[in-house]
Ligand binder design. Structure first.
Ligand code: ATP
Ligand code: MG
Length: 691
């Protein structure tokens, strides 16, 4: 029976409503910035606005929604759908709206570039290098032009540093000299060489028809700035909405101004106090400049009421951010006055920390807080190792975000390399990896072979005509048959990946002792691939936004089960849980002793702690192990350090916390080794989560 429309906007406060209703129905939608603190409903407001736009007649196909991760895009689309259903008075019966242009800047950039490739002199079969590939290519080029730190000077920056410098130059739109001075002063003496290197790196990418992450933004920005293409791109969208605007860089701002010089329909939301990606070139200048970035001045709305956390949690978080050098002129308030103060828990070491956290997690569950409403956050992915073991030991299921990626496993890389080599025969890294899977083909042969293929008009024929070493003959021929089939147009995706899998599995058996476990991963990859419409779409998406949760070591349980969330603070952005534990809230960790170089870095660490604390709705526990293990510092090696409370919580702030010291072993009897049966069970469950 019909359900009457209800007013889903009734719960919005006046400022949120103003943002949702901003220029609805107007001829021209002026640019709008919503700048507001954590948990004030920015994301929620954006979702309501999407629904309101569609209700008022906007075409969902013409809404561009830029978020920080694919997951965030999906969640926002769902929230908007829910609101719209209520607006229209449907009871979940109508089909939910889909926003075809919702995703990260990088993913949307990849799609636009694929569509516009022909127009900008790009071969549309380009493949995308992830960060690891980009580093490898940088290393290869460095070596080829004689600039490696072994060939030339041992002090020459490592390939990863070279890539970071290059990336910073591209993303900040600043000259190399300036980037070196401000961020990489110890590399300043190499300016000339780096310039040469970056030139060669850019040439290599072009020759091989590959793009790196930075290119996706760079080329998009170039198109957007073009007098012909810019307006064309801009005309694709009536509305451009951006969440987490504080973590965008200058290139991303240039994309917006290029597509929408007057800022028509551009609505961004962000919080300068939560800017945590400066290390990637993000800058709060984007927020500060937004009001005057376009030819039309932007409207600005601020939100101050927090709907997420209790007042004691807000008081403590506000105190931490108030200590910042830069003023973030916002103080949040809430009417959730009750609730305990956040806890500062002093603990002997990381093993005890793990036990203490597990105890609290179980207590919270007893008290009715589901595991999925509980999260444990940490500065670096490696910091949860002890906790993961303890969770396994107690049989508490968990999912970890932001850690080691599925794609980093060598067997997954192998399969993806084959697919990339099929898509783009000029791609050197993928080609190298692929042909060297064949026994008897080493680096030297691979080089000759790929050189020949690169110069030939028909790369498939060139490979078939190649005479491999005698002992490789059979395997080589089998590969050529596969390669020709995969390069033949008309094969339906995901049939390709089935063929690759069948070809690869015997090699896998030969290469690895634990082939069975790895084969299961390959199966999962094939399943994942089946969910995408084409090889290009699959490769682009998996490269840009790989599955986030880890399957290694412990791995995720079934998705519909109850499980605790483990996450790096960086990956926890935008989310909230009833209970939050933050591990290692000690100097050396927050701020990380990698980051204590300059004041800006340290301030970013403060904002990181603020982000972590403001994820909590009801319970916040900051844990401070007295002895804390630092892994693989380049200069000193692994070591234990005696740590002190983070400098961001000064003695004057202690009144906002409840301090507890926990020196005992509540649970020493639980320190048994993890039974193999548990390990295997967790791993098996991990498999089924890769849907
Ligand atoms: P962050 O800065 O962490 O990204 P945010 O500003 O995006 O936070 P949201 O995640 O949108 O905040 O909202 C925080 C919480 O407050 C959510 O649970 C949301 O549903 C709730 N909320 C937002 N606005 C209202 C409102 N007007 N009434 C009730 N709850 C609200
Ligand atoms: Mg948000």
């Amino acid at each position: 029976q019909p359900v009457l429309p209800s007013d889903p906007f009734a719960s919005l406060n006046a400022e949120q409503r103003a943002a949702v209703e901003h220029d609805i129905g107007a001829e021209l939608v002026r640019p709008l910035l919503v700048v507001a603190g954590a948990g004030s409903g920015k994301t929620n407001t954006l979702a309501h606005r999407v629904a309101r736009l569609i209700q008022s007649g906007a075409d969902p196909q013409r809404i561009l929604l830029l978020t920080f991760s694919r997951r965030a895009a999906g969640e926002m689309g769902q929230r908007a759908s829910g609101v719209l259903q209520r607006l229209l008075g449907r009871n979940g019966a109508g089909s939910p709206i889909t926003l075809p242009w919702a995703g990260t800047f990088h993913a949307i950039g990849a799609r636009l570039l694929r569509e516009y490739a022909g127009r900008i002199g790009l071969d549309e079969s380009f493949t995308i290098h992830d960060r690891g590939d980009s580093e490898d290519l940088m290393g290869m080029v460095r070596h080829e032009i004689g600039l490696s730190n072994t060939a030339m000077d041992r002090r020459f920056p490592l390939k990863g540093t070279c890539l970071s410098i290059y990336s910073r130059v591209v993303n900040s739109r600043a000259p190399l000299e300036e980037v070196l001075q401000s961020t990489f002063p110890w590399c300043g003496e190499w300016e000339g060489q780096l310039k040469t290197l970056f030139g060669a790196y850019v040439d290599a990418k072009q020759e091989q028809n590959v793009l790196d992450y930075d290119d996706l933004l760079l080329f998009w920005a170039e198109m957007a700035g073009d007098p012909v293409l810019g307006p064309e791109l801009g005309a694709l969208f009536d509305h451009v909405l951006v969440d987490e605007y504080q973590d965008t860089n200058r290139l991303q701002a240039a994309i917006l101004t290029g597509m929408k010089p007057g800022g028509e329909g551009v609505v961004v939301v962000g919080d300068d106090a939560q800017s945590i990606y400066a290390f990637r070139g993000a800058t709060i200048r984007n927020i500060l400049d937004f009001p005057n970035e376009f030819t039309r001045p932007a409207q600005v709305i601020t939100l101050e009421r927090n709907y997420r956390s209790t007042q004691p949690i807000l008081d403590a978080s506000n105190a931490v951010i108030a200590g910042a050098l830069e003023r973030h002129a916002k103080t949040l308030w809430t009417d959730k006055a009750s609730g305990a103060k956040p806890q500062l828990v002093l603990i002997p070491d990381e093993a005890e920390q793990a036990r203490w956290v597990c105890n609290r997690i179980l207590e919270h569950r007893e008290a009715g807080i589901k595991l999925t409403q509980q999260a444990v956050l940490f500065r670096a992915a490696s910091h949860s190792a002890a906790l993961e073991l303890e969770l396994m030991r107690r049989n508490i299921p968990f999912v970890k975000f932001g850690g080691l990626k599925f794609l980093e496993a060598s067997h997954i890389k192998d399969v993806l390399a084959v697919l990339r080599f099929v898509q783009n025969p000029a791609g050197r890294l993928a080609g190298f990896r692929t042909v060297q899977l064949i026994p008897g083909i080493g680096q030297a042969t691979a080089t000759r072979l790929l050189d020949a293929a690169a110069q030939a008009p028909d790369p498939v024929a060139a490979l078939e005509g190649f005479a491999p070493p005698a002992r490789s003959k059979v395997d080589w021929d089998a590969f050529c048959v596969l390669y020709r089939r995969l390069r033949t147009p008309g094969l339906r995706w995901p049939a390709d990946i089935e063929l690759v899998k069948q070809w690869y599995l015997p090699h896998l058996e030969r290469l690895h002792d634990d082939a069975q476990v790895r084969a299961a991963d390959v199966e999962q990859l094939a399943l994942l691939a089946g969910g995408h419409g084409s090889r290009e779409a699959f490769l682009a998406e998996i490269t840009l936004d790989p599955p986030e949760a880890t399957s290694d070591r412990a791995g995720p349980p079934l998705l519909d089960e109850d499980y605790v969330i483990l996450s790096t603070i960086h990956s926890s952005k935008g989310q909230e849980w009833k209970s939050v534990h933050v591990l290692n809230v000690v100097d050396g960790c927050i701020p990380s002793d990698m980051a204590t170089g300059n004041q800006d870095d340290i301030e970013e660490e403060r904002r990181l702690l603020y982000v972590a604390m403001t994820r909590a709705r009801e319970h916040l526990h900051l844990v401070l192990p007295n002895r804390f293990f630092i892994k693989q510092q380049a200069s000193t090696g692994d070591r234990h350090v005696y740590a002190a409370r983070t400098r961001f919580i000064t003695p004057a702030m202690l009144k906002h916390f409840e301090e507890t010291a926990w020196l005992d072993a509540e649970s020493r009897h639980l320190r048994k080794p993890v039974p193999e049966s548990i390990r295997m069970m967790v791993r098996d469950r991990a498999r089924s989560a890769w849907k």
